[in-house]
Design a protein around this ligand. Structure first.
Ligand SMILES: C[S@@+](CC[C@H](N)C(=O)[O-])C[C@H]1O[C@@H](n2cnc3c(N)ncnc32)[C@H](O)[C@@H]1O
Length: 302
């Protein structure tokens, strides 16, 4: 992260020393959790830009090399939108999650095992969130000075498959620092998918279910008219009724965006091939899709 000569914005990653004699536990930290949209800097709302410009310290979660280009997107957002003020960055090293078996699902799950594996998985996530909370606590205590405002840039919107708000609850509950935060909504990948395919998500008066690939392995949610699936690294759509329509998008909002729409039986193989090629080229892929009975995805009004 750096400054451009045109803007008087400056940035450094030097930690501010704590004031002598003041315990970090007595100081109040202010924090804005800012939804930055799903991959296109143009998704930034005016509210998000204003919140970014109030921040003294931008917290940068470091999840390792794999998604370094996502970190670059965050950096680019700061450089583009922060104007006429200095800010610092502070890296929060996100610890890796303990590996556990993915919960068994469906008819193949030996009875009793599914519950145990699910409990193991939940406990691994709990431990991981606690470790992340400790990492945030440390950075907030050591690198944010009393009265300063920090900001965390959250992909999409913080309310959707993102643990930042849960982790901040943990930081507050640990009681080592006093923390107050606000949340700025962002454009989600669901909205980006619908916009790029020019579709209404719900059928007239119908419901929309949001789920994950891991859940979809158990089958479509009962009674779901429209199902949006996120976090599907396993390509669970391949096992669905081939007559359903799928509306799929990868890297939405980015230059490398890919869109496919059609009958699952006709396009599932193409999506799998595109996913594999994109992953081989970029090292990671983020995709999302909507499924529902064919012919219902046309634009419409309630
Ligand atoms: C950890 S969740 C975060 C969701 C995010 N908070 C939001 O509001 O969209 C990550 C998942 O969101 C979806 N996703 C996020 N950004 C995306 C994008 N630009 N293109 C396609 N899918 C995306 C994918 O399903 C991905 O696995």
């Amino acid at each position: 992260m750096g400054s451009t000569p045109a803007a008087r914005t400056t940035c450094s990653s030097v930690a501010m020393p704590l004031a002598k004699g003041i315990s970090p536990t007595l100081m109040k930290r202010l924090l804005s959790v800012i939804g930055i949209g799903a991959g296109n800097p143009d998704h930034m709302t005016v509210q998000a830009i204003d919140a970014l410009n109030r921040a003294d310290v931008i917290l940068i979660p470091d999840k390792g090399e794999e998604k370094a280009d996502l970190a670059r997107l965050r950096t680019g957002i700061c450089e583009r939108f922060i104007r006429d003020r200095s800010y610092r960055t502070a890296v929060v090293r996100i610890p890796p999650r303990r590996a556990v078996a993915v919960p068994a699902t469906g008819a193949d799950a030996p009875s009793g095992d599914a519950g145990r594996l699910d409990a193991d998985y939940r406990s691994a996530v709990e431990d991981w969130h606690e470790a992340i909370a400790v990492a945030y606590e440390r950075v907030l205590a050591e690198e944010v000075v009393d009265g300063e405002r920090a900001a965390i840039l959250v992909w999409g919107d913080p309310s959707l498959y993102d643990s930042t708000l849960r982790i901040l609850e943990r930081v507050a509950a640990r009681g080592r620092i006093e923390l107050d935060w606000d949340v700025i909504p962002g454009i989600t990948s669901i909205q980006a998918l619908a916009a790029r395919h020019r579709i209404v998500l719900n059928e007239i008066g119908g419901s929309v279910t949001i789920t994950t690939g891991r859940r979809l392995v158990e089958g479509l949610p009962a009674g779901a008219a429209t199902t949006v699936v996120m976090l599907d690294g396993e390509e669970a759509f391949r096992a669905l009724d081939p007559d359903l329509e799928i509306v799929w998008g990868a890297y939405l909002g980015m230059e490398r965006e890919i869109l496919v729409r059609g009958r699952i039986g006709d396009v599932a193989g193409e999506i799998a091939r595109l996913r594999a090629a994109a992953k081989a080229q970029h090292g990671w892929v983020m995709d999302i899709y909507m499924v529902r009975p064919a012919g219902k995805a046309a634009s419409g009004h309630d």
